[in-house]
Design a protein around this ligand. Structure first.
Ligand SMILES: [Fe+2]
Ligand SMILES: [Fe+2]
Length: 294
């Protein structure tokens, strides 16, 4: 069992300012670039609304997420030899992540997962979608394996082809070494027209990692929701359709169905974790084996 250099205190001590490597005070602060209702977002500038640290976070993310980095991380995590644990245990493990956010106002990771799942349940969606809401952010345990924030969260985007100017803070891609590789800067780059997202490398983070861990246990729609929930350039901005096949286009619709439960369920009442635990333990047992390799 391998652990990264970070202890369970993967982000920052309460009394320390966010570090240069991890500029977000709260791991979910990057979502403040998207937190407006979609209609309002079109008329307001996220640059003026993002929380402190988000700009610096995207500077690091866009400069460092190269095709080579993505390949390296995929290889590094492929053996799945970090931990063996069940889904509930993974939720408790994720909850050990400590950051600089205010515990009185910000939800814990388990609370976010349950709130998302509860909002999906309240709308009468099938059980596979409820469990998808419950697990969708478990890949954030990458932070506990020592990965910096920029390699765990943030909008994802294809590497190895031209960056869409609809990605947040697109100017920061100028510092990415891939910007100087002409073969990576055409609309198709290393890919072919409608090759399918299975053949496209997205920037590395909690979406792709969790997809790889759970791909044998959930239906295709659920896997798309997990793998592409941070792919805002596609599911919100409508970019990169030239790389998608018909299946991807259908799946992107499902990701759009999922997104509001992730983004806008936050800020509603705190879920009663203790009262909901039996329901969610049963739901987990319906879809997952007792122990999974992470
Ligand atoms: Fe997420
Ligand atoms: Fe989330």
């Amino acid at each position: 069992m391998k652990e990264g250099p970070a202890s369970s205190r993967a982000l920052n001590a309460d009394d320390a300012p966010p570090s240069r490597e991890n500029p977000l005070a709260d791991l979910d602060d990057w979502e403040s670039a998207h937190a407006l209702e979609p209609e309002a977002a079109a008329f307001r500038n996220y640059r003026e609304n993002v929380r402190p640290g988000v700009r610096e976070f995207y500077r690091l993310n866009h400069a460092n997420q190269t095709l080579d980095f993505v390949h390296r991380k995929a290889r590094e995590y492929a053996p799945r030899d970090r931990r063996v644990m069940g889904v509930w245990e993974a939720m408790e493990y994720l909850n050990t992540l400590v950051d600089d956010s205010d515990p009185d106002t910000e939800l814990s990771q388990i609370e976010h997962l349950m709130q998302c799942a509860e909002a999906i349940r309240a709308d009468g969606h099938p059980r596979w979608m409820i469990v998808t809401g419950l697990v969708h952010d478990l890949g954030k345990i990458l932070c506990l394996f020592g990965e910096p924030q920029w390699a765990v969260v943030g909008d994802t985007f294809p590497v190895g082809c031209r960056y869409s100017d609809r990605i947040v803070f697109p100017e920061f891609f100028a510092a990415n070494p891939d910007s100087l590789v002409p073969g990576y800067q055409t609309p198709l780059g290393i890919y072919s027209e409608r090759c399918g997202l299975d053949n496209v490398h997205l920037s590395w983070g909690h979406d792709e990692y969790l997809y790889r861990v759970v791909k044998d246990y959930l239906p295709a729609e659920a896997l798309a929701m997990i793998r592409y929930h941070s792919f805002y350039p596609a599911h919100r901005e409508g970019e990169y359709t030239h790389l998608m096949n018909d299946h991807d286009l259908r799946m992107m619709d499902r990701v759009r169905t999922f997104n509001p439960y992730d983004l806008y369920s936050k800020g509603h009442d705190r879920p009663d974790v203790a009262a909901l635990t039996p329901f969610y333990r049963d739901l987990i047992a319906e879809f997952f084996p007792p122990r999974i390799a992470w």
